[in-house]
Design a protein around this ligand. Structure first.
Ligand code: PDD
Length: 288
């Protein structure tokens, strides 16, 4: 797989990209990140992703030394460094930088901006047509600092391996109090009649960029959008369910822990939202 890396403005082959073992990003997961994708080779909703990166950095008192335009330029340079067919997945991360072997952030001086571009593995059409199986993870999510996309992802790593071992597509995480939060790397939604329900920010979710687009589309389709705290057993009531994320768009969920959701087929609301999400991409690309 061709991987392109931009390390503080220098584009290097992945095998030659080096950071210090004393970088607090490596030592403590003291870093923030975003995952973007391209459509037609162009970064999608970069401004919104930069806004969330800034929110995450502010949340850990990390001063971003790069403006939105700096990040846009460096992402573009990295994409341009190699011509390739197909879309890209882009990880933009900022680490605290090298310091002492101490939790003290004041021992660090220079954060690093690292951009990693890999080919995007698009989901097969059949996945959208058939829907996916998910599990409820045994790993719980803390509501504390949940809105910060930080590099401390050990819960997600463990939830991912649990999901893989059960041959599921994604796992739903409950909060420590038992409320629905989000997927390992996605937001989740339940449909009951005309109501579209999704955990609110209070439920310890990452405020998905895709979620923002999809909720606007849902409102314009006349759905009654309810953001709130929902107990885990709300999953049993749903007529349909789906998830969203940057790289996967809108994916219908047809079973949870082996129990069928609704008709066991992708629901009409999920399919209508997937269609209108895709139809809105060209317009949103212009937003930059
Ligand atoms: N993850 N919830 C969590 C916990 C996430 O990590 C993500 C994104 C989302 C969806 O956000 P968005 O619609 O902005 O992609 C929700 C990315 C894909 C990642 O971890 O790489």
């Amino acid at each position: 797989m061709l991987i392109r890396v931009n390390l503080n403005g220098t584009i290097v082959p992945a095998a030659e990209a080096r950071i210090s073992v004393l970088d607090h990003g490596l030592l403590f997961g003291d870093s923030v990140y975003e995952t973007l994708r391209t459509y037609s080779g162009r970064p999608f909703l970069l401004s919104r992703h930069f806004g969330r990166l800034k929110h995450s950095a502010d949340g850990i008192h990390l001063k971003l030394q790069w403006t939105r335009d700096d990040v846009r330029r460096e992402v573009q340079r990295t994409l341009d460094s190699e011509s390739r067919a197909g879309e890209s997945r882009i990880r933009v991360m900022v680490t605290r930088g090298p310091g002492e072997l101490s939790l003290d952030t004041e021992t660090t001086a220079d954060p690093s901006l690292i951009i990693i571009v890999v080919p995007l593995q698009e989901l097969a059409h059949e996945i959208y047509e058939r829907g996916v199986a998910v599990i409820v993870s045994s790993i719980r999510r803390s509501r504390l600092l949940a809105d910060i996309k930080s590099g401390s992802l050990i819960r997600q790593v463990l939830a991912f391996s649990e999901t893989k071992s059960k041959q599921a597509f994604e796992a739903i995480l409950l909060t420590e109090e038992g409320y629905l939060s989000d997927g390992i790397t996605s937001n989740i939604y339940l449909v009951e009649g005309n109501r579209l329900m999704t955990p609110s920010l209070e439920a310890g979710i990452v405020e998905g960029i895709t979620r923002g687009v999809v909720l606007d589309l849902a409102r314009s389709m006349g759905l009654d959008v309810i953001e709130g705290l929902f107990p885990g057993n709300e999953l049993d009531q749903a007529d349909e369910m789906f998830l969203t994320s940057t790289t996967r768009e809108v994916v219908p969920i047809v079973s949870v822990d082996g129990k069928t959701v609704g008709s066991g087929k992708p629901g009409p609301v999920a399919m209508a939202l997937l269609k209108s999400y895709r139809a809105s991409i060209a317009g949103l690309l212009e937003e930059g």
